[in-house]
Each structure stands twice: as structure tokens, then as C-alpha cells.
Design a protein around this ligand. Sequence first.
Ligand SMILES: [Zn+2]
Length: 578
Amino acid sequence: MFENLPKSALEAMDWRMEHYQPYFQTLYETELTAENVAAWLKGWTQLGDLIMEVFSRLAVANSQNTADPEAERRYLSYVESMLPPLQMANNLLQRKLVESGLQPEGFEVPLRNMRVELEIFREANLPLFVEEQKLGTEYDKIIGAQTVTWEGEEIPLAKLQTVAQNPDRSVRERAWRLAHERYLADREALNALWVKFLNVRQQIAANAGFSTYLEYRWKAAGRFDYTPQDCLNFHAAIEEVVVPAMVRLLERQRRALGVETLRPWDMNIDPTHPMQLSVDPHPRPALKPYQSIEELEARTEAIFHSVDPTLGEYFATMRREGLLDLENRPNKAPGGYCTAFPVAKRPFIFMNAVGLHDDVQTLLHEAGHAFHVFESAPLPYLQQRETPIEFAEIASMGMELLAAPYLSADQGGYYSPADAARARLEHLQNMITFWAYMAVVDAFQHWVYTNIEAAKDPAACDAQWSALWDRFIQGVDWSGLDDFKATGWHRKLHIFRIPFYYVEYGLAQLGAAQVWRGALSDQSSAVARYRQALALGGSAPLPQLYQTAGARFAFDAATLREAVALIEQTIEQLSAVH
Ligand SMILES: [Zn+2]
């Protein structure tokens, strides 16, 4: 349809909406029929892929050098000039397709998504989304300004985390209290911001005709395949199965540390990840898996070749084509991510490797997302490649687990058997504690968004959070820390910025554990199923994506019990090596 469109995004880096507009116009004016709808969708895909890849490339360039004002200017100007008109143009095409009543092949799920997007779309909400964004920026500002004075030096809170490795318990306690007191100093500001968030969200839901924000958010998040009640069942299953397992795990930590009760600073110092088990009862130097980025790439490639030859080949392609930017350098943006270049049909991984095991774990995770890009690239329409997070995180979390057996050097990986066991132990322990913490975060939001008036009283939120904390978090002694405990919701960015977005990780983790379980009895068929499921992109409903991957999309205690038993049993085995 659009033969004269640039064949490569590199030729369109300076294109703006006025360049794309004639193409959108053509699509909009086309009379849709059963005969031409496939070509029409293909044309829309060509446009969308090009726009997306230019966006990804500008975003990558900006994060590769945040000190380059030109890269920043190009990125921001693209976002600002493209986003609003693009949303409008897409909205018109969606409406056109839905109203045509046509049912293109393989388009059932995207069509279902579009219908709901149109159903909840209200022009009156557009300024409210902007308002919500601004409030989000305010949250970032408050948190970003938090520093503490530690050993005479003013440092950001994140830097305090290294104290978790200090064997002196009183030093850890001091650092923990310092970090959490810093959050408490912003208590009033965060409470005030919270009420503003709730007012905006209440209005958004009302404008779209919903009586609760929960109902609105459910549709906006495209949650077609599960209900709020399913999530409540998941919480109950976690309480029944995960909490006792976590208590056993933390009891092990308590005994290893030789303390009377396990206090929060016996787990970690990080206020944003209260349940991560980072304190090492046997203080040892950090794992040093590699000496150079070249070595990080080569060993990771060897691991993927062991998992599956095709996946190994994908990673080799990324190395060959310069699709990895792994090393930490001055002026790189923080964190790590995987993005897609849909015209080139390639992924790109960005991260900040500093020589620690975390880098290996991040790379395995992001590579799982990258494999998703490779596997789903042949799908003809871009809407089929939009994968729900509940499944996308199986690609990544599943890969962390599938790759774990190959971490030791005798399997092509990095470590002695004892060090490999140490790395895997930490990962598996944190899977257990994550489910419990996730249940608190999710259950809290269920309460907030069905009782929004009550939730405008921060004291009521404190009480609700504390009650949920007591329900799901056992085995850690929070006595005498009531204010710190009650304000835990202040420290979870998602609760403020990305409402309801969290249970996805808990569900995907359960799916990933099932994929891993399958691989233990038959590696090659489990990986084949994993790849088949990735190849479906977002073209099938969640239960089918899970099933194809060899897992059940589940919320029940029985499924969770199988996963937890496997994790506990593996922890047991690894502890023996360790
Ligand atoms: Zn991920």
C-alpha cells in the first residue's frame, strides 16, 4: 500500500506528523472491505512500525548520553510533536475498523482491545491524564530530592543500600532508620499529593461512566481474562501457601544471623524493596562474574546456546549487529531495558553493567524480552505484537529460571558450583518474598479503588496498609516501628504513579515457575513451548498464551503450592552445595 515509505527508520529520523499525515489520510479515506482489510492493516502496521522505531532509536540515543543536549532535544521534540496527533490518528482508524464490522483473521484479540479502548475513551479525560502525569512528576521530584548524611557525606538514598552488606547489625539498623526517617519527613507532602491523585482518578472514572476507579482501570489495563475476584483469590492463595513458606525461609535467615528476632534491617536497607533478602548471614565479598563487557556477552551467549540453539543464535545476532549497550559509562541513564526496532525486526538492550551478579540477572531478564521481539516479529500486524505484561514478563522471568542451571562455569557460565548456588539461592528466595509483598501492594489498591472516599484520608490508608502488612508479612519483627510500617505505601512508586500495576508480576512469576518446572522434566520441549508462546505475541488471550507456554493462567492455591514446593526444594538442594 505504501511502497514509497522509507524502508529503514534511519531514513525517517527527522520525520514528523506532517510527513505521516498523508498516509494516515489515505488509510482513513479507504473504503474498508473484506478484500482490502488485510492490506489496509498492513499499511497501518508499516506506518506504526516506522513511527515506533524512530521513537525507540531517539529514546536509546537519549539514554546513552544524557549529557548530549541535542539527543535530548530530538527525543523530547519527537514525543511532544508526535504523541497527541498520533493518538488522535490511531483513534480514528480504530473507530473506522470497529465500525466496519469486519473481522480480519488473527485479529480477534486486537479488535477486542480496540472496542474497549473506544468504549472508555472520553475527550474530557485527556487533560486529566496530563494532570495525572504532572502529579507523577511531583512524586518523582519529592523522592528524587531525598538525600541523607551518612558518615559525613550527603548521599542519595539509593547509595545507602550498600550498607546492607555490613556485618555490623547496629550499623545496618542506623542506615535503615536514617533512610526510612527521610521518607517520613515527606509524609505530609506525600499525603497531600495522594489526595490529588485520587481526585483526578475519581473524575476520570466518572467521566467514562464508571462508579469505581477499579472498574475503569480494569478495562483501561485490558484485563479481559481475569476479574477483581480472581485477584482476591490469588491473595488468599498467597496467604495460605506463600506466607508459611516465607516464614520458614526467614526463620532460616534468623538462625543463620544468630539473632533473637529478624528485624527489617536483617533483610536489607532499601525502603523501596522491603522484602528483598539482601543481607548475607555469612558476609562474603560480592560475586564478580566477569572482567570485561566482552566476557559478559560471551558467557551469556554460551548460556543461551545451552538453553536453546536458536535463542543462542538470536543473542549472537544482537552482539554482531551492535544491539547491546551493556557497560556503565558516565552520563548513561540509570537502569536497564529492552526496546524494539520493529522495522528492522530487532530488539535492543540497554543497561549499566558494573561487574556484579545483578548485571547477569538483568541481562538474562532483558534477553527474555529480546527473544520475544525476535519470535513475534513475523506477525503481520503491529497490534498482534502488543503483548500483555502478564505474559511478557514470563518471557523474561522464565528466561532467568531457564538459564539458571547454566550459571556455573562447567556449563559455559560464570561461577564455581558454590557461587552459582549462591546466586540462584538469592533469586529463588526473593521469588517467595516478592509474592507476599506483591499481595500487600495489590490488596491495598483493591481497597483504595473500591473505597476512594475513605482512601482520601491518609490515616485510613495507613491503617489499611498496616493490617495488610500483618496479614501477609510474617517472620519479620516490625515492633516499635509503627509509623515506618504504616507508611509503607508511600515508598511504593507504582501505587502513586501506575495504579493497579503490580499483580502482573505476581501472575507472570507463577507462569514462569511453571515453565521452569516443565524444563526440569523435558528441557527441549519446554523451551519449544516457551518459544511457540512468544511467537504468538499478543494475538491470543492470556489463558491460551500461558497454555501454549506449558503453564496455567492461575490464581489458586494448588498451582501456587506446586511452584512454591519446587522453589523450596531447589533452595534446599542449593543450600547443600552452598
Ligand atoms: Zn521485564
